[in-house]
Design a protein around this ligand. Structure first.
Ligand SMILES: Cc1ncc(COP(=O)(O)O)c(C=O)c1O
Length: 374
């Protein structure tokens, strides 16, 4: 299967390790196991002793009960047998497309978004239609456009809420209207929810699974729980036919997700509230820093994110985004992601949920670099 290069991941792979100020990262400031046990208030020694005594079999094939119950705690209406653990959300998205989509199926996807959501179905041979999120609409889907893109061939509508890269957040009402369109053609809605709950305002953040019988939620431990190193994600849906397809494909490419990752994820999910409290504080304090910086730096402008960990920041220099970001990196060590990775020229994606000092130093370097451009 031929597939387009994954622009954002290729960029991260090439430069992330050498970055002095990494303000491209999208996870909320990752934690170590030591920090996790401290935050959770659990006994690390007891956990490790229990784990070290276990034989390393494949473990629970479909994930431990503790893990799946922990995932259910993040939703209103989900049951453990409706959760399919995967290798991260990246594995989950890939799995959804490979399990449900055949050549010739209609798929509607948003742009800009994480590239998996349109390049994988395209590689499978689906007819992919893009729904463009525009700055003048606050990067929210235009329902008239969505209606014009669906027909009886549409199998799947893909969205990402909150959105990477823009930080836009769809309300329950808007999700409801997308569901009406999906229901009119009996399509699934895949919602990539890896940044769910990382909101700027308190309040319940709706999942597609709690709103639509053919809703499919994808998420993971990486962003909201700062544990990307576990490579643990999941698919959640009430739809029995989709669940059967996911389990069948999973036997071919996964078997199970690994006992250690399962056990640590289950422990972290038992303390989801504590982790979420930490991470909401980080995204709120750090977005205030970025927002102040934007207002002090007239060459840059953006639509302030409502949620997530990323912002799409435009500049008024006549420099293509790859050149801008590469020169910034070479001359200052500050690392951001070119907007062209998301087909958004003259912009960059800033990940603002890193540690505060890195964010401040990275933004200072960016302002200094802008001075050299005039
Ligand atoms: C929208 C979105 N989905 C999925 C992923 C992959 O996340 P994971 O680490 O869980 O595989 C990312 C990572 O950046 C993302 O931004």
């Amino acid at each position: 299967m031929n597939i387009k290069p994954f622009a954002v991941e290729e960029w991260m792979n090439a430069y992330e390790d050498g970055a002095r100020y990494n303000i491209a990262e999208t996870c909320v400031d990752s934690v170590s196991l030591d920090e996790l046990f401290l935050l959770a208030g659990e006994d690390k020694q007891a956990f490790l002793e229990r784990f070290c005594a276990r034989r390393l079999t494949y473990g629970d094939i479909v994930g431990s009960e503790a893990l799946r119950e922990g995932v259910c705690g993040l939703y209103k209406s989900l049951k453990p047998d409706e959760v399919i653990p995967t290798h991260g959300a990246a594995g989950a998205n890939y799995h959804v497309f490979c399990s449900l989509i055949s050549p010739g199926d209609g798929v509607v996807s948003i742009m800009p978004a994480y590239q998996q959501l349109y390049s994988i179905p395209e590689a499978i041979g689906a007819d992919v239609w893009l729904m463009h999120l525009r700055q003048e609409n606050g990067y929210l889907p235009d329902l008239a456009e969505l209606k014009s893109l669906v027909d009886e061939n549409t199998k799947l509508i893909c969205v990402n809420n909150p959105n990477n890269p823009t930080g836009a957040l769809m309300s329950r009402e808007l999700l409801g209207r997308i569901i009406e369109v999906a229901r009119s053609v009996d399509a699934y809605v895949l919602c990539d929810e890896v940044y769910r709950n990382l909101t700027q305002e308190d309040g319940w953040c709706e999942s597609i699974v709690d709103l639509y019988e053919k809703g499919i939620s994808v998420s993971s431990m990486s962003k909201v729980f700062s544990l990307a190193g576990l490579r643990m994600g999941w698919i959640a849906t009430h739809d029995k036919q989709a669940l059967r397809a996911f389990l069948s494909h999973r036997d071919y490419n996964l078997i199970s997700c690994g006992m250690f990752d399962d056990a640590v994820s289950a422990l972290a999910l038992r303390h989801a509230d504590a982790l979420l409290r930490r991470n909401r504080t980080i995204v709120r304090e750090n977005l205030a820093i970025l927002d102040a910086w934007i207002s002090e730096n007239p060459h840059f402008y953006y639509t302030k994110p409502q949620a997530g960990t990323t912002a799409l920041v435009y500049y008024d220099f006549d420099v293509p985004s790859y050149d801008f970001c590469k020169r910034l990196y070479d001359e200052t060590g500050a690392f951001v992601t070119p907007g062209d990775c998301f087909e958004q020229p003259k912009s960059m994606r800033i990940g603002y949920a890193c540690d505060k000092k890195t964010l401040e130093d990275g933004l200072t370097a960016l302002a200094r670099f802008a001075e050299t451009l005039g």
